[in-house]
Design a protein around this ligand. Structure first.
Ligand code: ATP
Ligand code: MG
Length: 231
């Protein structure tokens, strides 16, 4: 019998930071599997290891022990240039402070993942404009990020994350810089994207934010705990 392939399959991941004589065990044997179509919330207090875990899931950082397969591909043995390809092709990142590039227009920002794959400018512009229109940003294509509200900047960042059709949307405190109402709108958008089939992993310290996800796991002091179905 063939074993089912999870989108994310982490087993007993250990991540240590060594600073002089002190060793910080940021992840203490974390195991996690996420299947396509899930909307998972990872909930934990400050210092619990959320960003460390996000960096490992997002192939932005290495780990000392354990195994991590993304779509069945073992990450621990990939070279840096291959990891860059994995990041660009498989994962769309969404950050608390949007991380849009200030000197570029909204359209150009959203085109970036396509251009870095070698797509022609005109084609990338067309696809990026479609994605922005889908997210109600069609009238803001030529604006610079500082000419947008926080909610609009986050929608532009979500368009950028989606534009290359990644397998996974990875969000770190995506509502952390937004007011309550705008934050709720972003979470509703995530639920809609998930209903359309997008797999989402969202990291937060806020229970009311995590509850928008379909499943929640808790991280406390580098360890992952009991999973709850929320809705
Ligand atoms: N580069 C690093 N060097 C040394 N220690 C680190 C490093 N990054 C994180 N740590 C330590 O690892 C632990 C987990 O940190 P992490 O940033 O993952 O927490 P977090 O849950 O994201 O917290 P926050 O909610 O405040 O962002 C902390 O004790 C932190 O001090
Ligand atoms: Mg953090």
């Amino acid at each position: 019998m063939q074993e089912e392939t999870h989108l994310i399959d982490m087993r007993q991941i250990h991540k240590r930071f060594v600073m002089g004589d002190t060793v910080v065990e940021a992840l203490k044997g974390v195991s996690l599997s996420v299947d396509e179509g899930e909307f998972l919330g990872i909930l934990g207090p400050s210092g619990s290891g959320k960003s460390t875990l996000m960096n490992v899931i997002g192939c932005m950082d290495t780990f000392q022990e354990g195994s991590y397969r993304l779509m069945g591909i073992p990450m621990e043995t990939l070279e840096d240039d291959k990891l860059t390809i994995v990041r660009n092709r498989l994962i769309g990142f969404i950050f608390q402070r949007y991380h849009l590039i200030g000197k570029y227009t909204v359209l150009q920002n959203v085109m970036m993942p396509l251009l870095s794959r070698g797509m022609r400018y005109e084609e990338a512009a067309k696809i990026a404009a479609q994605k922005l229109s889908m997210l109600d940003m069609g009238k803001r294509l030529d604006h610079k990020p500082n000419e947008l509200s926080g909610g609009q900047q986050q929608r532009a960042a979500i368009a950028r994350a989606l534009v290359g059709n990644p397998k996974l949307l990875l969000a770190d405190e995506p509502t952390g810089a937004l007011d309550t109402k705008t934050g709720k709108d972003v979470l509703k958008l995530f639920q809609e994207l998930n209903a359309m089939g997008h797999t989402i992993v969202m990291i937060t310290h806020d229970l009311s934010v995590a509850e928008s996800a379909k499943r929640v796991v808790r991280i406390i002091d580098g360890e992952l705990y009991a999973e709850e179905e929320t809705n």
